[in-house]
Design a binder for this molecule. Structure first.
Ligand SMILES: CC(=O)N[C@H]1[C@@H](OP(=O)(O)O)O[C@H](CO)[C@@H](O)[C@@H]1O
Ligand SMILES: [Mg+2]
Length: 545
């Protein structure tokens, strides 16, 4: 630790300002970039402490505000296996930030208290790997973060520069897997997923994609990364186009484009037209840090059709169910899906009733979904907004290897077993990843020889709408039952239920956002007109409460 109080104060004074109250939300700290310097400094300290606490394992830190507007930024800590920070440490992160936001003495006391509670041996070396997205506040906030890491004397900091969020998760995990001496760079990421793609296309004899893909990269960091990655394989020559790839122009980030814009507005982003002259193709949109992807197409009568996270989850569920059947592992490996309350009711019905695949519902935020998904052997989790992945248990590899060595198995069965393993490599299991998920979806569509329409026709979404309501204090909105019911403000849930009862096939719920200063209202109903009516009325109830 900075040897004396004076040195510590010197570091503190460089970046900390007083007065702002922070909270570690759905995806870390996320606010207007102007108020983030203090929390960046304390996150530098805390990430270091977390690494030391874990015996020197590398802890990741991502500076991003994902789908938020360009003036925002944020930071989140990634645990050594690439998962989100353990829950109990979220409060330490919040307390340390708020103490620094009071004054130097509070910060110093809180740090001392944390060292005592956590019984940290400061001689243990620690390692932190940091990356940022393309926002223009990134370099300034990175500097504040690095000053925070200087509070701990034995901390090694690796700055990976500009990466997508899933690249940082992946590299954090790899650093710990490969250990000292290994060269950890983004080429590892490209190599890993491209090798899996090569293996898959060879195994399934796929010479080219069935149609072209247009990628809306939200003018974010996903643009240069996907271009570099796919550009490295002749397989992808003339098959993909990146639109909204202006990542060096930060004000354009997420503006009229990107996964969140497309999902929320249920329309094409800027730069992608519904022009049928383009030949057979599919479109997809990444979000600003490329950990989400949604697909879409324009049908023969010119309608915009969204293939969101629910559609991705159901596609994978159907595919893996059939693959397990062919592999002869349907009874031995448990396939399951995890959704949040924002999943379209039709998708849940399709999974449970049509496919017979179990569905667990958790609160919003991939950390919650991931936690439940690992309870299955093949756990598919996607938020409706396209954020998600698939996790495979060790039992999958064990059983596949065991069965594979059985020469009496048929060729089809051998292929299915191999395909299971290849998919477990093609999918970035550490976290939702727009690039890896996109390749996963394209692989499934190529194998099934499905058009976007065929994928879409598996079930029809109920008309739905998500709106934001600004309230004086969103913290009064408290929920239970995986965020589907409000317990505060008292009486509001009853009024919502009474209203929903008046609509056919309807559902609506309200919760405070964990990333924006707003309350979200979601509604589904039998028709587009009815859903507009319902969401507006629930929104009015929220405003009045
Ligand atoms: C309805 C919705 O899409 N909520 C998003 C959003 O969280 P909120 O807590 O709703 O602001 O951002 C999260 C982080 O990207 C993402 O995990 C989540 O799904
Ligand atoms: Mg994101």
């Amino acid at each position: 630790m900075a040897s004396d109080s004076e040195a510590l104060q010197g570091l503190y004074d460089k970046h900390c300002v007083q007065g702002f109250k922070y909270a570690y939300g759905t995806a870390g700290f996320r606010y207007n970039a102007d108020v983030l310097d203090t929390v960046m400094f304390t996150t530098g300290v805390l990430a270091g402490l977390r690494s030391i606490y874990l015996g020197g394992k590398t802890v990741g830190v991502m500076i991003t505000a994902s789908h938020n507007p360009p003036q925002d930024n944020g930071v989140k800590i990634v645990d050594p296996r690439g998962e989100m920070l353990e829950k109990s440490w979220e409060s330490y992160a919040t307390e340390l930030a708020n103490s620094a936001s009071q004054n130097f003495a509070s910060f110093q006391n809180k740090l001392k208290e944390l060292l005592e509670i956590l019984k940290l041996d400061l001689m243990t070396p620690g390692c932190v790997a940091v990356a940022r997205d393309s926002r223009d506040s990134g370099p300034r906030l990175l500097a504040a973060f690095k000053t925070g890491t200087e509070v701990l004397a034995n901390l090694q900091v690796t700055d990976h520069g500009v990466l997508t969020t899933p690249q940082l998760h992946f590299l954090t995990c790899k650093t710990n897997d490969l250990g000292q001496g290994a060269v950890i760079a983004e080429t590892l990421y490209f190599k890993e997923f491209l090798s899996a793609w090569d293996e898959l296309t060879m195994l399934c004899n796929i010479q080219s994609l069935p149609y072209k893909i247009r990628i809306d990269a939200a003018n974010g960091v996903g643009a240069p990364k996907v271009e570099e990655m796919l550009g490295a394989r002749s397989f992808f020559d003339n098959t993909f186009t990146v639109v909204n790839g202006d990542w060096k122009n930060p004000p354009a980030l997420n503006h009229l484009c990107g996964a969140d814009f497309v999902k929320t507005n249920q329309r094409l982003p800027q730069g992608i037209s519904g022009d049928a002259k383009q030949g057979p193709h599919i479109n997809c949109s990444f979000d600003g840090d490329a950990d989400r992807v949604v697909f879409y197409y324009v049908n023969s009568v010119g309608e915009f059709k969204l293939l969101d996270g629910d559609k991705i989850a159901t596609l994978f569920a159907k595919f893996f169910q059939e693959l397990l059947q062919t592999a002869g592992l349907r009874d031995e490996l448990q396939l399951g899906t995890v959704q949040t309350a924002y999943a379209n009711g039709s998708s849940t019905h399709y999974l449970e009733k049509m496919l017979g695949v179990p569905v667990t519902c958790t609160p919003t935020g991939v950390k919650h979904l991931h936690h439940e998904a690992v309870k299955f052997d093949i756990g598919i989790y996607f938020e409706a907004n396209g954020h998600g992945t698939i996790v495979f248990s060790e039992k999958v590899t064990e059983l596949v290897t065991q069965k594979f060595s059985d020469a009496s198995e048929s060729k089809d069965r051998h292929n299915a077993l191999q395909l299971l393993l290849v998919f477990s490599k093609l999918i970035n299991q550490t976290v939702g990843d727009a690039i890896s998920d996109m390749l996963g979806v394209m692989a499934v569509l190529s194998i099934l020889k499905w058009t976007p329409e065929q994928w879409d026709n598996e079930y029809t979404d109920l008309p739905n709408k998500l709106i934001k309501v600004l309230v004086p204090d969103r913290t009064v909105f408290k929920t239970v039952n995986a965020e589907r019911q409000l317990v505060s403000p008292v009486g509001l849930q009853q009024s919502i239920d009474d209203l929903v009862d008046k609509f056919d096939n309807a559902r609506s719920f309200v919760r405070a956002s964990g990333t924006e200063d707003a309350v979200r209202v979601y509604a589904e109903a039998a028709t587009r007109q009815k859903v507009e009516e319902l969401v507006t009325m629930v929104g009015q109830l929220v405003e009045k409460s």
